[in-house]
Design a binder for this molecule. Structure first.
Ligand code: F3S
Length: 645
């Protein structure tokens, strides 16, 4: 029987288990990437493992999330990251060099390799034919130590592309169509594998845009074959020797099929406040727009930016619109500065932003009250922009640029009178690696800098026999890691867990951490009760570390997202889901709970929880692997690694 491309790469990296759908496996990781928001904890955890150097083929530390320096914290973190990288054999990508996924694709991505990144949009690398997976920082630290990454053998869904995109319809519209079909939940432990004649019509950066937002569907990753287009991209990056042809076998068997005819696709948008809330742009034609932001790891390649420059050429941004443009990498920025595009941006009235995550992570460019913002990024959760009432729509660069000129939602396929530019995919990129700091052969003399913002990873104790405490918070569906651990102005505390923990659930209930601490002081445990898709959104492991620090012992939810479930187990918090979803309604905040014989109970896959306040017993599922069960019993992965050493 023919194999899918996913199976081929997973098999060639298989270290533990057998590749049978639904079964746990461990795979070897060739490359790792971290970014600064998650990277400090990852390297602190790597240091705690006591290894002198990273053991995998390639490790890169990017600084792209918190590049704005207000106060000393970010500057201290960057210095820690740079020195620990030099000491441990990690390439350091300096602030200004660009967004991790864009830069990694340009300079390091290799077909057939595995990449684990402490950022949920690591699947961007699937555009070049890698198995690229987002995970928590501790998982990445383990991979840097040469350990396997554990996952569930995925179902492989074929997404068959036919035809060719029309002018004004973009790769972004392809992934928005996939989101329209699959939504943002229910796709855990799946991989989207792209096939069909339409694949050859898409360039690597377009494929990466599609893989990038597969993360919003909740799949493990997405992947394209490696073909002549991949070879051309690598050749233009001066890395043709990194190319290998890779594709699924004839007759490969998939677990599902979705067909998209690229030639009939409509321009689409994700409406507030979910990337899965998809409509055609034409539906809102004429609606006023106040802000347009172009960039992020989803849409900031050279071709995307050049298209925008040429659409804006000769036009002025509408007088009530603020247009911001953030090229994805220094390479792209430099090329735009040399080919005249930068001049076109400035001429049009655009504001030029740094090559960094910036607006996407809510660091700046918050819209005004109720402000309508069109963005080319991948997330529009309520409040992520920094303005709770902000109305963020996710669109293609083409749709964004048009709206910046017209000042209203404009269907790109309508008769708007603006001509579609020539799309340019360079045969030679402007390669300049001078903003990478490559580590010395021997880093043993490097002094690792630790400012007052750098704390030790918090410790956890082994699991007790009985958990006894309160529902410290009850939340609804689609609670994101942004709700649990706010980014924006709070992100600078990411390396200082006692301080960052004060802000757990701040956007939902600012007294959460206080209640947790009071319960801890009384010797009681904390429980979180949640609806569906708890922990969606990002790999931010602080959404598990900080609750752990506050004495949260279990999350009881209708469903929990994959990366977050892994992070909970990594930090000793038990993930539990309702066997009967209706039981969610049987809990209230402050209910007193008792989970007895918990170590024994979680072995069976189901546990019985007593709600003392309601005098009820609720059956919950504990759907975890044997490895995760051991982690929970030991109080987290770091404890296990210490025990094994
Ligand atoms: Fe950065 Fe936003 Fe991507 S925070 S890594 S640009 S999702």
């Amino acid at each position: 029987m023919g194999k899918t491309l996913t199976e081929k790469i997973l098999l060639s990296h298989l270290k533990e288990g057998t590749l049978e759908t639904g079964k746990p496996i461990g795979i070897l990781i060739d490359q790792t990437l971290t970014q600064d928001a998650t990277g400090t904890m990852a390297y602190l955890q790597f240091e705690a493992m006591g290894l002198k150097r990273v053991q995998n083929e390639l490790a890169v530390s990017y600084v792209d999330h918190n590049t704005i320096q207000v106060g000393f914290e970010n500057a201290d973190d960057h210095r820690y990251l740079q020195t620990v990288a030099a000491a441990k054999g990690v390439i350091f990508s300096r602030p200004g060099n660009g967004i991790c996924h864009q830069v990694h694709l340009e300079r390091f991505g290799k077909p057939g390799k595995t990449l684990l990144g402490s950022d949920s949009h690591t699947p961007t690398g699937g555009g070049i034919g890698m198995i690229a997976i987002g995970a928590g920082g501790l998982d990445v630290a383990v991979a840097m130590a040469g350990g396997p990454f554990h996952l569930i053998s995925p179902k492989v869904i074929e997404i068959r592309l036919t035809g060719k995109l029309r002018p004004w319809v973009a790769a972004k519209d392809v992934i928005l169509a996939v989101l329209e079909r699959y939504g943002v939940k229910g796709n855990v432990n799946c991989i989207f594998e792209y096939t069909g004649d339409g694949v050859a019509t898409l360039e690597v950066p377009e494929r990466s845009t599609i893989c990038n937002m597969g993360a919003e569907c909740g799949v493990t990753t997405s992947i394209f074959p490696s073909d002549e287009k991949t070879r051309s991209f690598l050749k233009a990056q001066g890395r043709e020797e990194d190319w290998t042809a890779l594709s699924a076998d004839e007759g490969a068997v998939y677990d599902g099929l979705f067909e998209i005819d690229l030639s009939t696709l409509q321009p689409k948008m994700a409406c507030p406040h979910s990337p899965g809330n998809i409509e055609n742009v034409s539906k809102l034609a004429g609606k006023r727009v106040e802000q347009v932001l172009i960039g992020s790891c989803t849409n900031s390649s050279y071709a995307d930016m050049k298209k925008v420059a040429d659409i804006l050429d000769g036009h002025t941004v509408a007088e009530h619109v603020s247009l911001g443009i953030a090229p994805g990498s220094r390479e792209v920025f430099l090329m735009l500065s040399q080919d005249g595009s930068l001049g076109k941006f400035i001429q049009s009235g655009a504001r030029i932003l740094e090559s960094a995550c910036g607006f996407c992570i809510g660091n700046h460019q918050s819209p005004g009250t109720d402000g309508v913002s069109l963005r080319t990024s991948n997330r529009n959760f309520e409040g992520r922009s920094g303005t709770k009432s902000g109305q963020v729509y996710l669109v293609s660069p083409e749709t964004a640029a048009l709206a910046a000129i017209t000042g209203v939602f404009t269907d790109p396929l309508s008769d708007h009178g603006i001509s579609y530019p020539q799309v340019v995919h360079p045969t030679q990129f402007l390669i300049d690696d001078s903003m990478f700091v490559f580590p010395p052969e021997d880093g043993s003399n490097i002094e690792i800098f630790r400012g007052p913002n750098i704390g030790d990873p918090p410790k956890n104790t082994a699991l007790k026999d009985n958990l006894e405490g309160y529902v410290t918070i009850k939340v609804g569906d689609k609670i994101t890691t942004d709700h649990i651990m706010p980014a924006g102005s709070r992100l600078k505390y990411r390396s200082n867990i006692p301080v960052y923990s004060k802000y757990v659930f701040e956007p939902v209930d600012e007294h959460f951490s206080q209640r947790c601490t009071e319960n801890q002081d009384r010797g009681k445990d904390n429980f979180i009760v949640a609806g569906a898709s708890y922990g969606q959104g990002s790999s931010r492991e602080h959404a598990a570390i900080c609750p752990m620090y506050l004495g949260v012992k279990a999350v009881i939810a209708v469903s929990i997202e994959r990366i977050h479930q892994n992070n909970l187990c990594n930090f000793g918090i038990i993930p539990l889901t309702f066997v009967n979803e209706e039981d969610y309604a049987k809990f209230d905040s402050n209910d007193e709970l008792l989970l007895e014989n918990v170590k024994e109970q979680i072995k069976g896959g189901e546990v019985v929880l007593k709600n003392r306040t309601k005098s009820t017993e609720i059956v919950l599922r504990c759907d975890i692997t044997d490895e995760q069960r051991s982690m929970l019993i030991s109080g987290g992965l770091l404890n296990i690694l210490k025990e094994r050493n």
